[in-house]
Design a protein. Structure first.
Length: 260
């Protein structure tokens, strides 16, 4: 019976979590749809969550692009198909690694920051103070962070794609003596503009996941400072798991057998 109780409790908690995040998403969408967005706070959050994540995103993308280029350039040189290297790096970066790695890095940094900040506000009863003043915590706190991430994550993804491709180009030149012209021409031939567009569509969905999960975890804090720590850890873990699952589903939709 203990097992059945645990399963039942887990199922109820899961459904409660899904319902809570869906309700928070719907309420946030309502404010955005009515253009009730605090512009100044949104710009501030864009700087905190997006701009301050730029360096770590670019470093991650640079070394990832270089690793892909290193592996593909060595193999391509051995088989005499060096004209495929630029296309391979661009193909993988634009479709998968650019948006996904950017989202994972931002989830680890910005998602944790959102959960910790809102959780601290719950513990110090600032949320209750907002409600007592007749102000909506969703409009005041959630919407600016959501809109900021929806604006900044696609921009970070574009930068990540560019840096990964350029890093791969430099490494291919130095490791396999593939000329810049050959690399760029390969990227131009084998990469498709719509791959980048679909990658940006992924980035928008990932931004929604990071913002909603981070905000929901923060607003659901219970148990003082320890609860803030649990909420912060949970925000990162849940966001990253959902990013991987969503990435697979969207890749299946965008690039699956039906699209070939």
């Amino acid at each position: 019976m203990k097992v059945l109780e645990d399963v039942g409790r887990g199922t109820i908690d899961f459904l409660d979590y899904v319902g809570g995040t869906a309700r928070l998403s719907a309420e946030s969408a309502g404010f955005v749809g009515r253009l009730r967005v605090r512009a100044q706070e949104t710009v501030s959050q864009a700087q905190i969550l997006g701009v301050q994540s730029t360096v770590i995103v670019l470093l991650t993308s640079l070394f990832t692009g270089m690793v892909i280029s290193l592996e593909s350039a060595n193999s391509a040189k051995a088989y005499g198909v060096t004209d495929l290297v630029g296309g391979a790096v661009t193909y993988v970066s634009s479709r998968e690694l650019g948006p996904m790695l950017t989202a994972v890095v931002v989830a680890g940094r910005a998602g944790a920051a959102i959960a910790a900040e809102l959780g601290s506000m719950v513990v110090t009863e600032q949320i209750e103070a907002l409600e007592a003043l007749g102000l909506s915590p969703v409009r005041m706190l959630v919407v600016p962070r959501l809109v900021a991430l929806l604006a900044m994550l696609p921009v970070l993804t574009i930068l990540a794609d560019v840096v990964a491709i350029l890093g791969g180009m430099v490494l291919a030149k130095n490791v396999a003596q593939i000329s810049y012209h050959e690399y760029i021409e390969s990227a131009r031939i084998y990469a498709d503009f719509w791959d980048f567009v679909k990658g940006l569509m992924k980035a928008l969905v990932f931004a929604l996941i990071i913002a909603i999960v981070g905000c929901y975890q923060g607003l659901s804090v219970r148990g003082g400072a320890a609860g803030v720590g649990r909420a912060t850890t949970g925000a990162v873990v849940i966001s990253i798991i959902l990013i991987f699952i969503t990435n697979f589903v969207m890749s299946l939709i965008f690039f699956g057998p039906a699209n070939h």
